[in-house]
Ligand binder design. Sequence first.
Ligand SMILES: Cc1cc2nc3c(=O)[nH]c(=O)nc-3n(C[C@H](O)[C@H](O)[C@H](O)COP(=O)(O)OP(=O)(O)OC[C@H]3O[C@@H](n4cnc5c(N)ncnc54)[C@H](O)[C@@H]3O)c2cc1C
Length: 396
Amino acid sequence: MNFEFTKEEQAFIERVRDFLKREAEKDYASEIMAPEREGHAQLADSEERREFCRQLGKAGFLGLTWPREYGGKELPGIYDYLVNEELASVGAPLIGKGVGIIGKTLMHHGSDKLKREFLPKILNAEVEFALGYSEPGAGSDLASMKLKAERDGDGWRLNGQKTWNTSANFADWYWLAARTDSTGPKHKGITLFMLPLDQKGITVRAIETMAAHRTNEVFFDDVWVSDDYVVGEVNKGWSYICEALDYERFALYTFGPVKLKLDALVELLKNTERNGKPLAQHEHVQRVLARLSTRVEAAKGLQRKVICAAAQGRVPTVESAMCKLCSTELGQDISNAAMDLLGPEALLSHSAPGNVGDGAWENSLRGTVVDTIGGGTSQIQKNIIARRHLQLPNPS
Ligand SMILES: Cc1cc2nc3c(=O)[nH]c(=O)nc-3n(C[C@H](O)[C@H](O)[C@H](O)COP(=O)(O)OP(=O)(O)OC[C@H]3O[C@@H](n4cnc5c(N)ncnc54)[C@H](O)[C@@H]3O)c2cc1C
């Protein structure tokens, strides 16, 4: 096994870096590149962010691994990873839901009409999506969703509620799961739809999270969607959602910010004195950092396993679960370690006098908690690993 990048991959990384250097010289750079922003750069809307994504598309960095027939470059799976990691390392928006999740699922299951309508727009960063899965009574137990879609002419009438739907306040289109059959097993009566978010009958309300980013609850009152916008087959949506979630755990959770976080902590501890010497000179501090650093390397190895699976054309279910569990919990542990090692000043925010590290660590602590929930909680990742990898029976 070779853990180094090939010459071609290294040359590609340099191309992405050159692109980012050019973007960093533009007026909007401070709006879109912020490594300290806890990886949520892509979760808020701005004209600058949209323009950056368009530039990413123009430079040919969207759809790298898509087949040529859909406008992609048919490069191995590792290239999406390489570009995403470079973006994450400067705090720029990632390649995102369109290319990373929805486009891939549409290519496998969408009708020709949906592919024709959406794939080119995704490649040109002309469309933003919100993912509509969770409901008040259906988060981890997603298959219990109740948002009702009832037959109405040559389409469906939607009534009910979703919650935690990030980007619903600014996205153009919804990627929405709804119940189309309540008579059989709960996994078998779900259908996946696409619909414009400005459709009559949709009401979006803000939920502010502890990580200072907005997500939303969304209400549906007699919202109509045509059969043309059903993804794949009616009542088969559950398997498409599971596939899309596997892509999400990989596409939206990058490893770079975890490494940056540890590097920043090490630097800060070298430059912060307690009892007349730098904190990094204390034996206990060194032991904590050594353990975290070892876990960072292990997380990197896990991420390579996801890439290998993707490169072989497999959907990386177990690998993605392990990777998300490992990297998000590690991010949280690094923030917790910062709290322990830096002391009470680490709790002070950016605007509070006497803070350490410009208040980044209390911000980080809040952000890393959220990371372990979105896209499936840590407990759910453990369940996936227990069932699918270890073949353990369902505890009842
Ligand atoms: C910031 C943020 C953004 C999000 N964005 C989106 C989005 O864009 N679209 C979307 O559809 N959803 C989104 N979500 C929702 C997210 O996927 C759910 O919050 C998550 O799946 C957990 O569901 P829940 O909140 O209903 O908690 P619950 O499922 O009620 O879980 C509560 C607790 O019980 C534990 N638990 C539940 N079931 C089990 C089990 N079987 N075994 C062990 N432990 C269990 C959970 O791990 C958790 O600790 C977002 C969430 C957050 C926080």
